[in-house]
Design a protein around this ligand. Structure first.
Ligand code: BTN
Length: 245
C-alpha cells in the first residue's frame, strides 16, 4: 500500500472525501497533525501531533476483491479493517482484540478507533472511506474519552511511527483483499472478539436500562450483535446494547 504523508489535515476522512479524485484507491493518507479528527456518533478524536497514526484510505470493494459488497453486508468491511489493525498490533507485540462493532481494545482499554463512511450506488457499496486512529506514542490523553491507551503506554517504550504505518498498510492490503471470502474472514473476526469465546458478561439494554448476562453468539453480515441469554437469543444494533465494564 502506498503511503501519502500530509503535514496537517482537519480530518483525514474529510480530506480524502474532498480529494478522492486525485488519490489512487488503497493509498494510506496519514496526517502528522489532525486538527479536527472525527469519531463515531459525532465525537471528536484526540491525537497529539506526530505521536499517533491518523490515516484514511478509500477503495471500491468490487475492484479490490472482485465481488460487490451489498449494503446489507457492508459490515464485512469493518471486520477486515479491525482484523488488519489487530494483526498490526500483534506484529509489534501488543495483544489486542475487537470490541464489537469495530473498536480495538488492549485489555479493557481502547487503543484504536475506526470510522468507515460508505457510499452506495444501486445495489452495492461504490466507495468506502476508512479512517483509522491508532494510538502509538501518546502517553497522556486530555479528552474525556472513557479509557484510552497507546502502544507506548503498554510496552513502556515508543515505536517508530513509520514502521507501524507500513505494517498497517501491508495488513490492510491483505485483509481488504479477503472481503470477498466472508466464510474465512468472519470466523476470524469472531475468534478475535473482546469478551468472546462463549463466556458470560454483563450487558445493559440501552432502551430499558435493564442489566442482563449473556455471551456473544455471532455477529450478522449487517453488523447486528447476537447475544445468548438464558433461554433466548437477542439481536442488537449498534448503540442498542452497552457492554458493562
Ligand atoms: C471512534 O470514534 O472510535 C472512531 C475514531 C476514528 C478516528 C480516525 S483518525 C483518522 C480518521 N480521520 C478522522 O477524522 N477520523 C478517523
Amino acid at each position: 500500500m502506498n503511503i501519502l504523508r500530509l503535514q496537517t489535515a482537519d480530518s483525514t476522512n474529510t480530506w480524502l472525501k474532498e480529494n478522492r479524485g486525485e488519490i489512487p484507491p488503497m493509498t494510506l493518507v496519514c496526517a502528522f497533525d489532525q486538527s479536527a479528527g472525527r469519531g463515531q456518533r459525532g465525537n471528536t478524536w484526540e491525537s497529539e501531533p506526530g505521536k499517533n497514526i491518523t490515516c484514511s484510505f478509500h477503495f471500491n470493494p468490487d475492484d479490490e476483491s472482485g465481488k460487490p459488497v451489498r449494503p446489507a453486508q457492508q459490515f464485512v468491511i469493518s471486520e477486515a479493517v479491525a482484523l488488519a489493525v489487530v494483526t498490526t498490533l500483534r506484529d509489534f507485540g501488543i495483544d489486542a482484540c475487537v470490541k464489537w462493532p469495530n473498536d480495538i481494545y488492549a485489555g479493557d482499554k481502547k487503543i484504536c478507533g475506526i470510522l468507515i463512511e460508505n457510499s452506495i450506488m444501486g445495489q452495492s457499496i461504490s466507495c468506502s472511506i476508512v479512517g483509522i486512529g491508532l494510538n502509538v506514542n501518546q502517553d497522556i490523553f486530555l479528552s474525556d474519552a472513557p479509557n484510552p491507551v497507546s502502544m507506548s503506554m503498554i510496552a513502556g517504550h515508543s515505536f517508530p511511527l513509520e514502521d507501524v504505518e507500513r505494517a498497517l498498510g501491508r495488513n490492510l492490503e491483505l485483509f481488504i483483499g479477503r472481503i470477498g471470502q466472508y466464510e474465512s474472514l468472519h470466523p476470524e473476526y469472531i475468534r478475535n472478539l473482546w469478551r468472546g469465546g462463549g463466556r458470560l458478561f454483563p450487558y445493559r439494554d440501552a432502551a430499558s436500562g435493564r442489566l442482563f448476562s449473556a455471551s456473544i453468539e455471532d455477529v450478522e453480515p449487517s453488523g447486528h450483535l447476537i447475544l445468548k441469554t438464558e433461554g433466548e437469543t437477542r439481536r442488537f444494533a449498534f448503540k442498542e446494547v452497552v457492554f458493562v465494564l
